[in-house]
Design a protein around this ligand. Sequence first.
Ligand code: UGB
Length: 620
Amino acid sequence: KGNAALLNEQDRALVSQLLDLDQAHLFEGWPELGIDDEGKRRLLAQLLLLDASYHGGLAAYVSNARKLLQDSRDGVNSFEGYIPSVPTGATLDFASPEFMALEGEGLREAGQAAFVLVAGGLGERLGYSGIKVALPCESATCTPFLGLYISSILALQARSAGGRRLPLAIMTSDDTHGRTLELLRRNKYFGMEEDQITLLKQEKVACMIDNAAHLALEPADRFAVQTKPHGHGDVHMLLAKSGLAAQWLQSGLKWVCFFQDTNALVFRALLAALGVSARNDFDMNSLAVPRKAREAIGAIARLTRPDGSAPLTINVEYNQLDPLLRSTISKEGDVNDESGYSPFPGNINQLVLKLSSYVPQLAATGGVISEFVNPKYKDATKTAFKSSTRLECMMQDYPKALPPTAKVGFTTIKQVWASYSPVKNSPADAAAKFREGNPTHSATTGELDIYKANCLSLAEAAGLVVPSPLQTATFNGITTELYPRVVLSPAFAPSLGELKSKVAPGSISLTPGSVLVLDGPDISVRGPLVVVGALVVRAVAGAVVELGPLQVDNRGWSWEPLAEGEPASEEERIRGFKVVRHETMELVYDNPGTYVVPAHVQQPQAAKAEGAPSTPEPEA
Ligand code: UGB
């Protein structure tokens, strides 16, 4: 009908390829030239984008999809014929001598690491209207997750021997890209240099309507292919395509550390994991937590053929692990051992990969590591879908691309509070999980676990006596203990070892409701520092602040449950509380110099209302 006139050479090649791929339905029923031409152009542009953003183009996508859809229909079990066992890895007690040694080694390795944040997910489960990395990780300082991550990387950079800039890549998507960029710009990249950060935007992939992988058109728009996210596994493809991973290797970096959008504790455990990777020369190392048998979290398992060949250490989703164990080595399935936990560690998807083996793998595979499809069939004949489906991929499936000789392991920190408390679930879902006795992974616990981790770190590093009993409260239906609200910024101490060196043993005493914020690279505590109320100390680099004998006594801050229907911000609502700042001692050191506190603090004026920081002069 004359529509050929709309096509340029590139369009024509793609359309002809799509016709060969049995996708003629995309163009069927097009009105004649002159009618809906804008829509036709829009569809062509979208198809070109879908073609360009998948390794091997739409031809590869359709062909991969057909194979995976066939396997799904045939009920092929990807773990068929494998015998599971517990892989090699490190299981560490937080703050144990072994942990401290590995953390020290990891700190040295961190100076040769690149960092990758996967932040393309919109977090529908959380029900937050913004992007997740913009959420404050806690309400004492209101530092957004992205700010916390960047400060953590900068703190490691400042301590690295060579002082090289440590690169950060952030994977975004159409859902998060603009707002991530805006957040970075508004906050001046949180102190990082702009060209130290690379944003890699993932594209969605086409949905399919049937087992023959016919692409799905939007029901309400005949000129748009239905698309859905391809999953966090896209990060490998983007690091391959952008050439970034290869550049990092070329510039002498050794490691790449992947992490998720809302786990504020990740950097506390990452150094030990880097130490474990270096000691074992691991190609891939997954941070893990102890996992109760059958808990809904992926398990890291070693799989081999019955003759011991083709070993593969990989995340096995919990719903697949139990049947796999039952059909092979354990009639009881996934059960706890004498430690009270499953012997298979729980994957928290914070990964350390060795660049020298990662980059060749990316070159060989284009970063398309391993995909899967999860169609919801209408009936047992598995011929029709309830709704369209698409290929998906997960970043932890990377070992599937590695040769059997690869060294893949894990690092479990036995204390979950020390490494993992993500913000994933809406208040309603979190409350239901709480009632079932499961971790809630909510905005409420994401914040409160930071205070807990800081108090317990201070207990380990500097003999803090955690006040007893702790306060308790119920927020959004979750009843929990509240540790004193302690925030230790990454600049102050990015490792437990450094915390030990900066806080004298037994120097800090806190009451159950006290608030203590220490933010600055050159702050140390000699004590005794007694906080009844709220103390905030902020110091720029070069402001050497020694907190000597100091008694803080003010009305402090309170974390108060929101009353039914009370006006509150969205950030407060998903946590279920608001923070009321009654009175604060705030010590701010904006200029380099040496300051011994309390020499500069006159007690009567020091305890004062929020918003009037004291800026002491440096010592003469
Ligand atoms: N993400 C993207 O960047 N792009 C996408 O297309 C999708 C996600 P979810 P998920 O921590 O316990 C993971 O949705 O995928 C980012 C592991 O697979 O929070 O359900 C997104 O922005 C699972 O094995 O988690 O589960 C976020 O940063 C287990 O470890 C990240 O990917 C689980 O996390 C994860 O996305 C867990």
